[in-house]
Design a protein around this ligand. Structure first.
Ligand code: NAD
Length: 506
């Protein structure tokens, strides 16, 4: 066992359920590194019975935690942030080992967790409601925010820990307990994070069942969260297919969802653009995390007058890319998560050709490196090709061209997903038009900054098939609380709203 795994508390065999104690009575599943196909450890999955027990523990933990003053709750989250600072290097190595993300990006992911803990700690002294002018004399109208309940958090493989932290840090200061169902492709990242949180809770005296973990399949661990009426909110990050399934079940029991689903993000490059900036942003956006970010740049919509220049620059960048072991600091792109992702890229490549596009670069599997390695694919495509409308979760970038600026915006918006978008321009009118109500229809719209790499301070999420959820910064904390509107009468009469005069019962 590697020493950094040992210091993270990861053993060769690990229980996959934590609700104050570690257990799990389901079958063991191996966590396999996409770097070399080696088994890192085996995890005992949650059964329906384990989930039931864990939910009961989380519910009990919530009932006590909601009465702890929010700034005191914030102290536990602050200590989690500090523990993450101390474990940053080890946890980043584990993220790299289990998901294939290069070390620089894995360290960025842990930094994101630290940042959201800092944000949530400050927030714990700022949870606030409005007071509103009442139309009635001697009355006060106000709203307050109360803890909501045990919150379900279902996460995807590509941000195996950061997405949990966006939800969990906020939910914890808001007074909720969290039930985490991590991706079946990255359970060890979740176990290591939960181990760290367990230690912090022991130090602060918080009930560690506030941070419950359920490693298991969508059908068992996922269902346990999604179907249970004691879970008022399910925050789910993953594919649109998963989001549709979950939403149908949670909404059927009138629960709430916070959905963070697939993207199909575009960069518009106009004639006045600074091409140096645009190329750097597109390169990072398309290649980062081997094309497996929800915000990955998947389409470039470039003005026809600069198409050749941009294409040449991108081809040069693609050709000099270092693909290899993500634990090696000089590697820029590591493996994709699983051979299935390689197959998805190969299939998309065939469709591009069948639908009338052209492969300009790559899209080859690289078996000498291992079964999860590919060269990133750059294609010359047309906006009306069906494959362009889909999120292929692999490094595939479509180059599209436009003549009229209005067409560029229409093209950017003409896909079902609505997560992230960007424009590179030095034309003030184009930038403003892009950000206007008639502009980008995405949850994120950037000017001279790429589609990928959001800061935690803003609310993160997207429209249309991306699901409409917002998490992380700004006022996303309100998702994790219930709003209560209160009217207080300190007078001696009972005036009714809207001036209604009603019969006197005496
Ligand atoms: P996925 O949909 O296969 O799985 C995501 C999670 O959902 C996993 O934990 C999985 O086990 C669980 N799940 C699947 N079916 C379920 C069910 N029926 N009930 C309960 N849980 C279920 O996605 P993935 O391959 O892990 O991640 C890639 C996808 O996630 C991409 O589409 C990407 O765009 C999206 N994503 C979106 C965001 C965002 O913030 N918008 C962030 C990261 C990833």
């Amino acid at each position: 066992m590697l020493t950094f795994l040992h210091s993270l508390g990861i053993e060769g065999h690990h229980a996959g359920v934590f609700d104050g104690t570690w257990h799990g009575s389901g079958p063991e599943v191996a966590s396999v590194s996409p770097i070399d196909g080696r088994v890192i450890a085996r995890i005992q999955q949650a059964t329906a019975g384990d989930c039931k027990e864990a939910l009961a523990r989380a519910q009990e933990a919530f009932q006590a935690w909601r009465e702890v003053p929010a700034p005191v709750r914030g102290k536990t989250v602050r200590r989690i942030g500090n523990a993450l600072r101390a474990a940053k290097e080890d946890l980043a190595r584990l993220i790299t080992l289990e998901t294939g993300k290069i070390l620089a990006e894995a360290e960025g992911e842990v930094q994101e967790m630290i940042d959201i803990c800092d944000f949530a700690t400050g927030l714990s002294r700022q949870l606030h409601g409005l007071t509103i002018a009442s139309e009635r004399p001697a009355h006060r109208l106000m709203e307050q925010w109360h803890p909501l309940g045990p919150i379900g958090v279902i996460t995807a493989f590509n941000f195996p820990t950061a997405v949990w932290s966006w939800n969990a840090a906020l939910a914890a200061v808001c007074g909720d307990a969290v039930l985490w169902k991590p991706s079946h492709r990255a359970p060890l990242c979740a176990i290591a994070t939960t181990r760290l949180v367990e230690r912090v809770c022991k130090g602060t005296g918080a009930n560690p069942a506030i941070f419950t973990l359920l490693c298991g399949s969508g059908d068992i661990a996922g269902d346990a969260i999604v179907k249970d009426p004691r879970v008022p909110l399910v925050s789910a990050t993953g594919s649109c297919t998963m989001g549709r399934r979950i939403a149908a079940t949670v909404h059927a029991r009138l629960g709430r969802t916070l959905l963070e689903l697939g993207g199909n993000n575009a960069v518009i490059v106009t004639p006045t653009a600074d091409l140096d900036l645009a190329v750097r942003a597109i390169f990072f956006g398309a290649i980062g995390t081997a094309g497996q970010r929800c915000t990955t740049t998947r389409r470039v919509i470039v003005h026809e007058s600069i198409e050749t220049a941009l294409r040449e620059r991108l081809l040069k960048a693609y050709s000099s890319l270092r693909i290899g072991n993500p634990l090696d600091r000089s590697t820029v792109m590591g493996p994709v998560i699983h051979p299935d992702a390689v197959a998805a890229l190969m299939q998309a490549k065939r469709r591009i050709i069948d639908e009338g596009g052209e492969i300009l670069h790559g899209g080859e599997s690289l078996p000498l490196l291992g079964p999860c390695y590919v060269s990133p694919c750059l294609a010359r495509s047309h906006p009306d090709m069906p494959v362009v409308r889909e999120e292929v979760f692999a490094p595939l970038l479509h180059l599209l061209s436009y003549r009229d600026f209005e067409d560029a915006i229409a093209c950017q918006n003409a896909v079902p997903q609505g997560l992230s978008s960007a424009i590179f321009t030095n034309d003030f009118r184009e930038a403003e038009r892009f950000l206007s109500a008639r502009g980008s229809d995405c949850g994120i719209a950037n000017v001279n900054a790429g589609t990928s790499g959001a800061e935690i301070g803003g609310a993160f999420g997207g429209e249309k098939d991306t699901g409409g959820g917002r998490e992380s910064g700004s006022d996303a904390w309100k998702n994790y609380m219930r709003r209560q509107t209160s009217t207080l009468n300190h007078g001696t009469t009972l005036p009714l709203a809207q001036g209604i005069q009603f019969g006197d019962p005496s």
